[in-house]
Write a protein of this length. Structure first.
Ligand code: FUB
Length: 350
C-alpha cells in the first residue's frame, strides 16, 4: 500500500544524480503530454497543488483545479509557462480533480482532452477547444458520451484517424466499469471490483474519435497486452500489467503502447502492428522515480526521441507535488527502447 509523503532519501545526492532537472520550478507540474505543433514543443501537464486534502488510495489528494500549457522551442531550451488554459469552474459538468490531460491539433484548431470528476463523483473525459495551442480553451458543455475513467492520450495515425487511449485503476475507477455500467458498491474502496490475481488484467481502453474530435465513433475496446506465449497479462502480474497513464507512439511502422504499472512504479511498453492490438509486452522504459506515481509521453523532435516524465524531487518526495522533466530515448537495432534509470547509479526502490 502506498505511503504518502516523503521518501527517506538524500535529496542533494538524488538531484546530483538525476539525469534531468524540473522543466519549471515556480509551479508543480505532472503527467506531461508533449506534442510538436508548428515546429514547437507544447506540453500539457497536470498542475499540482496542495489543497490540504488528506492522502488516500483513491487519490483524493490529487485535487487539481486548472491546466497550464508549457512551451519550449526545443527539448533543451527554456520552458515557458503560458498561464491558465482551463479552469474547473469554467467546465459546466466537472466538479473537481483535473487529472492528466492530453491535446491534439486538427485543421488549425487545438483540442484539450481532460478527465475530471462530475457532480456524481464519476470520472469522465471532456474536450475543450482553442485557436491557439496554449489556450485559453473553451469546454464543451458535456463530457464525451460513453467516456469514463482517466488519463486520455490522443494519437493521430498516419492516415489522419485519431484514437483515444485511456483508463486507470484504483482511484481512476476503471474497475467499476467492468459490466459496462458504473458500479457504486463499496464506493470508498479503490480495490473493490478488481479481477482476481489469476484472472486477465484489466485493460486500458481505446476508441476512435469522430472527425470533429468531440465524440467516440465506437464503444471503447480493450487494449489487450499479451506475454511472450500469447497469453494476456494477469492482474497479479503487477510489474507488467496496465495501471494508468496510457501513451501511444509509432516507431518504424509499429504501434508502441506505453503505460504505468502503478504500485510497482514502472513505465512499460508493448508493441503491435495496428492501433487496437493485441500488444506484445516488450520491456520497461523508465525505472521508478521519487514519488508514488509515474507518468510519461514520448515525442519525436527533429529525428530524435524524447521521454517526458515527472518525479517528486523538487518537493522532496511529496506524492502529489511533482515536476515535469525530459530525457532522451534510445532504440536498439530491433526497435527496443533502452531502459532509463532516472538517477545515475541510484535506484529508487519500488
Ligand atoms: O495526476 C493525477 C494522476 O496521477 C494521473 O491521472 C495519473 O496518471 C497519476 O500520474
Amino acid at each position: 500500500m502506498p505511503e504518502d509523503s516523503i521518501q527517506h532519501i538524500n535529496f542533494d545526492e538524488l538531484n546530483q544524480k538525476a539525469i534531468s532537472q524540473p522543466l519549471v520550478k515556480h509551479i508543480y507540474t505532472a503527467d506531461p503530454s508533449a506534442h510538436v505543433f508548428n515546429g514547437k514543443i507544447y506540453i500539457y501537464p497536470s498542475h499540482d497543488i496542495d489543497t490540504g486534502e488528506a492522502f488516500d488510495d483513491l487519490g483524493s489528494h490529487f485535487a487539481m483545479e486548472d491546466y497550464h500549457v508549457i512551451s519550449m522551442d526545443s527539448p533543451t531550451s527554456e520552458a515557458k509557462d503560458n498561464d491558465i488554459a482551463l479552469q474547473v469552474n469554467d467546465v459546466p459538468w466537472a466538479e473537481k480533480q483535473m487529472w492528466a490531460p492530453d491535446a491534439a491539433e486538427k485543421d488549425g484548431k487545438y483540442y484539450l482532452f481532460f478527465p475530471a470528476k462530475d457532480y456524481d463523483g464519476i470520472f469522465r473525459i471532456g474536450v475543450a477547444i482553442s485557436d491557439s495551442p496554449t489556450g485559453p480553451f473553451k469546454p464543451q458543455s458535456q463530457p464525451i458520451q460513453k467516456s469514463f475513467s482517466i488519463d486520455p492520450a490522443v494519437f493521430k495515425d498516419d492516415d489522419g484517424s485519431y484514437y483515444m487511449y485511456f483508463g486507470g485503476i484504483w482511484g481512476g475507477q476503471l474497475q467499476r466499469w467492468r459490466t459496462g455500467k458504473f458500479n457504486t458498491e463499496n464506493s470508498e474502496s479503490p480495490f473493490a471490483h478488481l479481477p482476481k490475481d489469476v484472472e486477465p488484467a484489466l485493460c486500458a481502453k481505446v476508441a476512435k474519435l469522430t472527425d470533429d474530435l468531440l465524440e467516440f465513433v465506437e464503444d471503447a475496446k480493450d487494449v489487450i497486452i499479451i506475454d511472450e506465449n500469447g497469453k494476456p497479462l494477469l492482474q497479479g502480474d503487477t510489474e507488467r500489467r496496465f495501471f494508468e497513464a496510457s501513451w501511444m507512439h509509432k516507431y518504424n511502422g509499429k504501434y508502441y503502447f506505453s503505460y504505468s504499472t502503478g504500485e510497482t512504479h514502472f513505465i512499460c511498453y508493448a508493441i503491435a502492428d495496428n492501433p487496437y492490438g493485441p500488444f506484445i509486452y516488450a520491456d520497461r522504459i523508465l525505472n521508478p522515480v521519487v514519488g508514488w506515481t509515474s507518468h510519461h509521453s514520448i515525442l519525436e523532435f527533429n529525428g530524435e526521441w524524447f521521454l517526458f516524465y515527472h518525479d517528486s524531487s523538487l518537493s522532496k518526495g511529496v506524492t502529489h507535488l511533482r515536476s515535469i522533466k525530459v530525457t532522451k530515448i534510445e532504440y536498439d537495432e530491433n526497435g527496443l527502447i533502452k531502459t532509463i534509470n532516472p538517477y545515475n547509479d541510484l535506484k529508487v526502490l519500488s
